[in-house]
Design a protein around this ligand. Structure first.
Ligand code: FAD
Ligand code: NAG
Ligand code: NAG
Length: 498
């Protein structure tokens, strides 16, 4: 009885006249179906339930109607089949790092397929292909690939991020200028579709689904296993930093101009980096794929333009460099995983900024951000340019939309967090205003946003447009074909074409 009252309170508003639509009846129906199909579940309010429904972003907590914890693809298919039968929205959750808690459905009352019990990584040296289960986290994948064959593929720096959410929607990191995004290293995926069939996808098997998965995967199915091609992990890499004296709008404009001119004209492809700015400091942080001596030669033209020098140039082996950028977190993480934050975040992709835009952005940085007593940061990823592997991939090869060498030079993350308590209601306008300072001076064909840094404050139509841009019409067609009833739904999911 107590459970019933608590549930009705949490899920109030979802219930309508049809008794099958009541959350309690749905819970009973899905539990029953999963039990009959022998799909493992988390019992409501068990320790596992609490851990698995606790989102990375504590600002966005949601209560699922049920949670399956499959250990193989047949169980995933059975779970999807139950969801369809009962008529409840279903979402896969891998690393649970979605900024909008989309792995929990982005709202109350979804059925969650929690995948982190499936985290095997096996490397085959004959084909140089890694087979990776979808619930593995990046640090675990990197560690096992390195240990099994000194191999790697491109991905981000946070060890706890799930390989699935990350690689299906992009995946930028300190190999991306050299080797492309995580999505570019997927050569095959086993996926459970909305009709609960299990299909293989690759360039030659179900190529249209394979195209859609690589950029918008969360809309089309539940990937159980990936196949990634790999590269030989470089034996020597160099962690570097350049401190930037960005304490006035003028310093920002001139420094930013130097960086974007250098990147656009063709910064050497072995240079990977970002500008990291916070209330405390601004610096370029990066990883050079080569030795410190080679880095010095490669980066000198930029340093000359900036009038700056290297404040760090330190050689590591591959995993040493990965570890450096985790800032003390455990690298090989599986579960349980306990890191959380409370924050609001936004993203952008832009071309080189025209001077008037740069001036507005710099003014906002100095006058608004630096004067606020808040815990914010901005990351400006060195994404494109003449030598970037990301924009060498043909625009239509994957549904991931940012491949234009003329327009896609920088990827941004804007992040504002609180260390305790709730995120303040007046917090949102700070980052919204900063993003507006960029987009006001650009045409919509020049910029977009990145769903791996999802911003759930946007309405659905706007979100689909800014996340998928030129890929959206083709994605909507395919959504109509593969998931017309929107079983894989969250508030910013792709709508089927009418
Ligand atoms: C601390 C931190 C650091 C980060 N660093 C980087 C970075 O360096 N570079 C970068 O590009 N991004 C970075 N990100 C963003 C990260 O790439 C995204 O949040 C990513 O989507 C997380 O994937 P996940 O599996 O952990 O998340 P989840 O919340 O589990 O899933 C995210 C989305 O993918 C879907 N999904 C999950 N598993 C599957 C599956 N098997 N099949 C189909 N859909 C699935 C979910 O339903 C959800 O919509 C970072 C995020 C955090 C929190
Ligand atoms: C499921 O959907 C796929 C893709 O549309 C299709 O090829 C397959 O035949 C469908 N399976 C069933 C059982 O309907
Ligand atoms: C991309 O476009 C080219 C040229 O129009 C075409 O030949 C190719 O098949 C397309 N690729 C995909 C995956 O759609």
């Amino acid at each position: 009885m107590r459970l019933q009252i608590a549930l009705s309170a949490t899920l109030a508003g979802l219930a309508v006249a049809n008794p099958m639509n009541s959350p309690l009846n749905k819970r009973a129906a899905i539990d029953d179906c999963l039990k009959t199909a022998n799909v493992p579940v988390n019992a409501p309010n068990s320790n596992d339930w609490r851990a698995d429904s606790n989102p990375f972003n504590q600002r966005l907590k949601y209560t699922p109607v049920a949670m399956a914890v499959p250990t193989n693809v047949q169980q995933i298919a059975a779970a999807v089949s139950c969801a369809a039968k009962v008529g409840v929205k279903v979402n896969p959750k891998s690393g649970g790092h979605s900024y909008a808690s989309f792995g929990l459905g982005g709202e109350n009352g979804h059925f969650i397929v929690q995948l982190d019990r499936m985290n095997r990584v096996t490397y085959d040296s004959a084909s140089q292909i890694a087979t990776v289960e979808a619930g593995a986290r990046l640090g675990h994948v990197a560690t096992l690939l390195y240990n099994q064959g000194r191999r790697a593929f491109s991905h981000g720096t946070c060890p706890g991020v799930g390989v699935a959410g990350h690689s299906l929607h992009g995946g930028f990191g300190f190999s991306s200028h050299t080797y492309g995004l995580a999505v570019d290293w997927i050569v095959g995926a086993t996926v459970v579709l909305a009709n609960a069939t299990i299909v293989e996808t690759s360039e030659t098997q179900n190529p249209e689904i394979f195209w859609a998965l690589r950029g918008a995967g969360s809309n089309f199915g539940i990937v159980s296993t990936f196949r990634f091609k790999t590269f030989a992990a470089p034996s020597q890499v160099t962690v570097f930093e350049v401190n930037l004296p960005w304490n006035s709008a003028q310093a920002i404009v001139s420094g930013w101009t130097a960086i974007q001119d250098w990147l656009k004209a063709g910064a050497p492809k072995e240079v990977n980096g970002r500008v990291f700015g916070s209330a405390m400091q601004t610096q370029i942080q990066g990883l050079y794929h080569g030795t410190p001596a080679q880095l010095r030669t490669a980066i000198q033209p930029l340093l000359t333009k900036l009038g700056a020098s290297l404040s760090r140039a330190q050689q590591y082996d591959w995993m040493g460099a990965f570890s450096y950028y985790t800032y003390g977190q455990q690298v090989d993480v599986t579960r349980p995983y306990n890191l959380v934050e409370t924050f609001y975040s936004k993203s952008l992709v832009t071309p080189a900024l025209p001077n008037n835009v740069l001036q507005n952005v710099a003014n906002y940085w100095i006058q608004r951000a630096k004067s606020l007593n808040r815990d914010w940061f901005i990351i400006i990823d060195l994404y494109g340019g003449a030598n970037s592997a990301i924009t060498k991939v043909p625009a239509n090869a994957t549904s991931y939309p940012y491949r234009d060498p003329n327009n896609h030079l920088f990827l941004y993350e804007f992040y504002d967090r609180v260390r305790s308590g709730n995120y303040p209601n007046d917090g949102f306008s700070f980052l919204d205003g900063w993003v507006k300072a960029f987009t006001d001076g650009l045409s919509t064909s020049q910029w977009g946003m990145y769903i791996n840094y999802a911003d759930p404050t946007m309405n659905r139509a706007t979100a689909q447009d800014v996340y998928y841009r030129t890929s959206l019409p083709r994605l909507k067609q395919l959504k109509a074909q593969l998931d017309p009833n929107e079983l894989f739904y969250y508030p910013q999911a792709i709508e089927p074409a009418k």
